[in-house]
Design a protein around this ligand. Structure first.
Ligand code: SAH
Length: 252
């Protein structure tokens, strides 16, 4: 195997997987998504590796570089931010590689919505509050199918992690309220989770737009909405003394 599509994790270079780190150490060629991957992650690359920033490349250029490297017997890592399966635009790359009969492996990564939970010290799935996490985005230049509008998803009142949308925050807030969230629903925005410059802003739907303006956050941020951010919830039964499960008998 010569080609690996690797999740770099959310920013902190230690949040890449052990496998991802090993592959970076072994790769002769690394093509990284420079708009979002923390350049600090590249410190795991071996000396002399050829490193390309895909932010300035087209898809055909990326594919050509991979093909050329494979033909030269090199190991290639295509490095994507977070987990490559979430807004990573990897499907078209994988399809092109398949067309050229180039085998590859995908190595998952820690997605930013999970680094955001860690930054917030928050569980997204609280009993009685929400057992569902919706990963979505507001419509931008990439269209979102109408049946998945923020407004319709908001009706579930599940925990929502909204990517790629902080620059359209007032739109997002209006849609969430139109969909059924009360204006005093808690919301948290984490800018650059796990990076040294990480910033957390907490507010309610009512107040978040002004607060974010004050903070000057316009990109690379995760929006989390839902009542899990309240403090009032039922305890999980999993660790309750009277609750038996496969690995533990209830105490009397
Ligand atoms: N594949 C990536 C997402 C790429 S889309 C993943 O799994 O995380 C880019 C969007 O992800 C950004 O607009 C932002 O909403 C979010 N994002 C990426 N890194 C982030 C970080 N460190 N903190 C908060 N949000 C982040």
């Amino acid at each position: 195997m010569q080609v690996f599509i690797v999740g770099a994790g959310p920013g902190d270079p230690e949040l890449i997987t052990v496998k991802g780190q090993r592959l970076l150490r072994e790769a002769d060629v690394v093509i990284y998504a420079g708009s979002l991957v923390n350049p600090d992650v590249l410190k795991w690359c071996k000396e002399g590796a050829d490193i390309y920033n895909s932010a300035t490349m087209t898809l055909p250029e990326v594919i050509d570089k991979i093909i050329e490297s494979v033909k030269a017997g090199k190991v290639v890592v295509r490095l994507h931010t977070g987990d490559p399966a979430i807004y990573g635009a990897i499907q078209e790359q994988m399809d092109e590689l398949k067309k050229h009969d180039i085998d590859f492996e995908v190595v998952p990564g820690v997605s930013s919505f999970l680094a955001t939970a860690a930054a917030l010290k928050q569980e997204y799935t609280l009993p009685d509050i929400s057992q569902t996490v919706i990963i979505t985005r507001n419509e931008g230049r990439t269209p979102v199918p109408g049946r998945e509008s923020l407004r319709s998803l908001a009706a579930h009142k599940a925990t929502m992690c909204i990517f790629l949308s902080v620059h359209m925050l007032s739109d997002v807030v209006n849609e969430l309220i139109a969909g059924g969230y009360e204006p005093d629903t808690p919301i948290a925005i984490v800018h650059k989770a796990s990076w040294p410059e990480q910033k957390i802003v907490r507010a309610t739907l009512n107040t978040i737009v002004d607060k974010i303006k004050e903070e000057g956050i316009t990109r690379t941020a995760m929006i989390v909405v839902g009542h899990c951010l309240d403090t009032d919830y039922s305890l999980s039964r999993l660790y309750a003394p009277e609750f038996s499960h496969m690995f533990r008998k209830a105490s009397e």
